[in-house]
Design a protein around this ligand. Structure first.
Ligand SMILES: *[C@@H]1O[C@H](CO)[C@@H](O)[C@H](O)[C@H]1NC(C)=O
Length: 314
């Protein structure tokens, strides 16, 4: 750590975590642990219901299941270690562990989930504004293509930043005031000029999420205006689906934009937004889609009775 000439002499980072108070950390451990279990169970239930239940074999539910899959991966990239760290006095992470966390957070959270949210908005637009052409437009190939696209965008988005980050020299200090490795903070620790890279990250992550957010808001506004103008019986149902989508989108992009595009985000606000990103966002899908969606609830009931029946047989 004291050898500044040696490239990458830092082999691990120290995370400061949420708090230094033991009681507060134990409290957060209990809460986050329960939330994490809820995330896993809720999202797994969505994925299984959509795969198993033929009533849910429609584009919207396929996208929803894929979104839940991304949420599962996103929340498993850094959250389990972050939760376990709450009980540790010294919270360390290896250099490669840190790189892996940033890679998977950006891959599943940044690129893939963002793209999928846009795909879902387009899907709703076609379903509501062009209902007669819906089944012919949203065919199997378009469906698979859209899901593939979200993987590709995730990968390209992530690699464009990580290729440069992986080669940075770190020679100390190695203290991160965060709960897991987050790109902007890690860049600040590199012992080389990272101005250009920081700009790239701001553009790649911050601007990207800002543009996606605006695009999504515009598309949902167009849908809402269309629905209002028709003002038929489907209005309230469309409104409830759309408000669910808009809630997810706002809560997902809000923290992203704040962390990556806000010019003065060097405060510990980042840390609390990271909690949002790792704990709250992945929980939203199950809550919003299962508690508010009749079809989804019915599917889960069928899943449960099926399970009971199969247990009675064996
Ligand atoms: C993702 O979407 C595709 C539709 O193209 C579907 O076949 C697949 O089952 C979905 N994945 C999950 C995990 O539900």
């Amino acid at each position: 750590m004291d050898v500044p000439n040696n490239r990458s002499s830092v082999s691990e980072f120290i995370l400061l975590g949420l708090s230094t108070s033991r009681e507060i950390q134990i409290f957060f451990f209990a809460v986050f642990f329960l939330v994490y279990v809820a995330i896993i169970v809720g999202n797994l239930l969505i994925v299984i219901s959509v795969i198993v239940d033929t009533h849910l074999h429609s584009p919207m539910y396929f996208f929803l299941a894929n979104l839940s899959f991304f949420d599962l991966c996103l929340s498993s990239a850094a959250t389990p270690k972050m939760i376990a760290d709450l009980l540790r006095k010294r919270k360390t992470i290896s250099l490669w562990g840190c790189m892996a966390q940033m890679f998977f957070m950006h891959f599943f959270g940044g690129g893939s989930e963002m793209t999928l949210l846009i795909v879902m908005a387009v899907d709703r637009y076609i379903a509501i504004c062009k209902p007669l052409h819906y089944t012919s437009i949203m065919n199997r190939r378009v469906l698979t293509g859209s899901v593939l696209l979200s993987w590709v965008v995730g990968f390209v988005h992530t690699m464009s930043q990580m290729v440069f980050t992986i080669n940075l020299p770190f020679c100390g200090p190695n203290i991160l005031d965060d709960i897991f490795c987050d790109l902007p903070l890690v860049l600040k620790l590199a012992c080389t000029e990272t101005y250009v890279l920081e700009l790239l990250v701001t553009a790649d992550s911050g601007l990207l999420s800002f543009i996606c957010f605006i695009l999504l808001l515009v598309s949902y506004t167009v849908i809402l205006v269309t629905v209002r103008r028709r003002s038929s019986g489907g209005l309230s149902r469309a409104l409830s689906t759309l408000s669910a989508h808009i809630t997810v989108v706002t809560l997902f992009f809000g923290p992203c934009i704040f962390i990556y595009a806000w010019p003065v985000s060097s405060f510990s606000v980042d840390k609390f937004l990271s909690v949002f990103y790792s704990i709250i966002t992945p929980l939203l899908n199950p809550i919003i889609y299962t508690l508010r969606n009749k079809e989804m609830k019915a599917a889960m009931n069928r899943l449960r009775t099926q399970h009971v029946r199969s247990r009675q047989i064996f």
